[in-house]
Ligand binder design. Structure first.
Ligand SMILES: N[C@@H](CCC(=O)N[C@@H](CS)C(=O)NCC(=O)O)C(=O)O
Length: 252
């Protein structure tokens, strides 16, 4: 049996975890959840991840311990499996910086890109205010990364850390929201640098090795509708089901 089971969907958040598992040479298996059947909201999965979202892992080496929230998973894997501190420095200040950049990406950039993608690709109606608000915020957050990368090759220190591994799959989703990194040359160069690592490149793809959704869009943006059309229906259906559940619990 592999050491880790990774519960996931083929999304950006998945790649963060599989990248680190690959780099640390940890044996793992994928367990893809079927969102169209709301599998990620089923009671058995809520016992693993109370938030009913992916990614989540089970560590079979440590008595089937469950970890969820991608940032928490990155830290857990580094603390338990990266004993040499290759990707999470042992020096407390450098370590704190890594944690700061993980929080910044997960609570700011990932969330904002997700909302922008929702309003551009999934919302049943166009809401210009929302699109403007989230586009401006994505631009601002990219500028924060651009400034950080002045005179440095990686987000913290001189080597690849989980700060970069966590950020890359999120920054890559720019293509989904029609952004280009051209105004952010340092961020663009960093993306290429981090992605050049063969294990990271491998983990950005699903187990079949086929190009993932982002890579397909980078090659041919006209595929956007083919990719987002079906997911729009799933999101609509999910929205209705979540409303029923919320009405039961909170009377909304
Ligand atoms: N803050 C969470 C975000 C998790 C998240 O939003 N996951 C998305 C996929 S990237 C998901 O599970 N979506 C399914 C849903 O919302 O029902 C993390 O970083 O793990």
């Amino acid at each position: 049996m592999p050491d880790i089971t990774l519960y996931t969907l083929p999304t950006a958040n998945n790649a963060k975890i599989s990248s680190l598992l690959e780099l640390l040479n940890i044996s793992y298996e994928y367990r893809f959840l079927d969102v169209s059947k709301m599998e990620h909201k089923e009671p058995w999965f809520l016992k693993i991840c109370p938030n009913g979202r992916i990614p989540a892992i089970i560590d079979h080496r440590r008595n089937n311990f469950a970890v969820w929230e991608s940032g928490a998973i990155m830290l857990y894997l580094a603390e338990n499996y990266d004993t040499e501190g290759r990707y999470l420095p042992k020096d407390p200040k450098a370590r704190s910086e890594v944690i700061q950049w993980i929080f910044f990406v997960n609570t700011g950039l990932a969330l904002t890109l997700g909302q922008l993608s929702h309003f551009l690709n999934n919302a049943p109606e166009q809401v210009p205010y929302a699109i403007q608000r989230y586009s401006d915020e994505v631009t601002r957050l990219f500028k924060v990364l651009e400034d950080r990368l002045e005179g440095r090759e990686y987000l913290v220190g001189n080597t690849l850390t989980i700060a970069d591994i966590n950020a890359l799959p999120v920054v890559r989703t720019t293509v989904v929201v029609g952004f280009t990194l051209a105004p952010f040359p340092r961020l663009q160069a960093w993306t290429e640098r981090v992605r050049a690592d063969p294990q990271i490149l491998k983990s950005l793809r699903p187990p079949s090795g086929e190009p993932d959704m982002i890579e397909q869009l980078e090659q041919d943006i006209t595929k956007k509708e083919v990719i987002f059309g079906p997911s729009r229906k799933i999101i609509e259906q999910q929205f209705k089901q979540e409303r029923i559940l919320l009405a039961q619990y909170c009377n909304v």
